[in-house]
Design a protein around this ligand. Structure first.
Ligand code: ASP
Length: 354
């Protein structure tokens, strides 16, 4: 296990269900520097800025990354830290709320859904579009609702037992969520999967969409992710040399191909030959759509028919964020050939439809 780097910054002991809040940074706790730019701020006593937290009837512990970060700087190391922090604290808490910047929250939620297996407790990521210190900030509502969801039970079992994103009244499946807006409070959506809950006067859970609770689940954290992957987003007029640079690079083992519509690409011979050369060399290519909604159907159009032939795999309705995390996770395993391809095209944690 990596050496864990975090500190406890606050504890409220007002209730029975215990939730661990992990503050990583992001707009939620940011302040403005002299130039007016938002920078991460030490969360410190931010919990005191929300006195209401003491009335939730929860026992809250807040821990913080030693140096809070803008989530644009998140990478595999931070994902591992989060996974291992949760593993280390799993037995002591009934739920986990991660405060995270919105920019890469969907990537982190996807990665954690693959890395933290055998969950029977909730892990809810949330954040804010405006810092908590501002009067109209969405930080309070997001944090309070995320905590209530993390503490929710039914028949004395946690209502949620998976990695989710909570934002602006919606609870979304973590590996289906995407940041879709940068300037309104409704920052997240999951076009291909229904919301897991809607928060109004009541919290209305969509129970049939939730991962069923499994009391035999045994926690297992996987930290081996392979970073040697790339993302090829095609566009009209893209040059052969740009594509070559991305997919023929020796160190690259997996490529997410972001195609048009229902999985279409240009069907020029030079392009298909490059894809074929890459798959022949053992690189894995997964086809995901640039559209937020819908699915990849290789063969529906003439322009996607030959993708199967050159060894491109269909990512169906997976998001790009989730496909990247899944590729890193699957390539981190000791698997080859057909087993590797099967893992990529099979839903592992609800990230794609069957
Ligand atoms: N740049 C910020 C971050 O992702 C944006 C946010 O938190 O909303 O950390």
């Amino acid at each position: 296990m990596a050496s864990l780097n975090y500190k406890i910054v606050n504890v409220t002991d007002t209730g029975k269900r215990s939730i661990l809040i992990i503050y990583t940074g992001g707009t939620f706790g940011m302040v403005q520097d002299e130039s007016g730019a938002l920078i991460p701020f030490n969360f410190g006593k931010a919990i005191d800025k929300i006195p209401l937290l003491r009335n939730l009837g929860l026992k809250l512990t807040v821990i913080s990354f030693p140096i809070p970060i803008d989530s644009s700087n998140v990478g595999i190391e931070e994902w591992r830290d989060l996974a291992y922090i949760i593993e280390e604290n799993y037995a002591q808490y009934e739920g986990f709320v991660i405060l995270h910047g919105t920019d890469t929250m969907a990537y982190t939620a996807s990665a954690l859904s693959f890395m933290i297996q055998g969950l029977n407790k909730p892990i809810i990521l949330t954040g804010a579009q405006m810092p908590i210190g501002l009067p109209r900030s969405d930080a309070r509502e997001n944090l309070i609702a995320a905590l209530e969801i993390a503490a929710s039970t039914k028949d004395r079992r946690p209502m949620v037992s998976e990695v989710c994103v909570y934002f602006n009244h919606l609870l979304l499946k973590g590996n289906r969520a995407q940041k879709i807006r940068s300037s309104t409070f409704a920052a997240f959506g999951s076009e291909n999967y229904p919301a897991l809950a809607e928060v109004g006067i009541e919290i209305e859970f969509n129970e049939s969409a939730l991962q069923p609770y499994d009391d035999k689940a045994k926690l297992k954290v996987v930290g081996d992710l392979n970073p040697n992957i790339s993302l090829l987003r095609i566009f009209p007029g893209i040059s052969k040399s740009a594509i070559e640079a991305l997919i023929t690079e020796k160190s690259i083992r997996g490529i997410i191909l972001e195609s048009y519509g229902s999985g279409n690409t240009m069907n020029f011979d030079w392009f298909l030959s490059l894809l074929k050369k890459a798959t022949k060399e053992g690189k894995i290519i997964l086809n995901v759509s640039q559209c937020m909604g819908g699915t990849v159907l290789q063969g529906k159009y003439e322009t996607s028919k030959r993708l199967d032939e050159v060894g491109v795999l269909s990512g169906r309705d997976i998001t790009t964020e989730s496909a990247l995390a899944k590729m890193m996770y699957v390539l981190g395993m000791d698997q080859k050939g057909n087993d590797l391809r099967r893992l990529l095209t099979t839903p592992l944690v609800g990230e794609m439809d069957d």
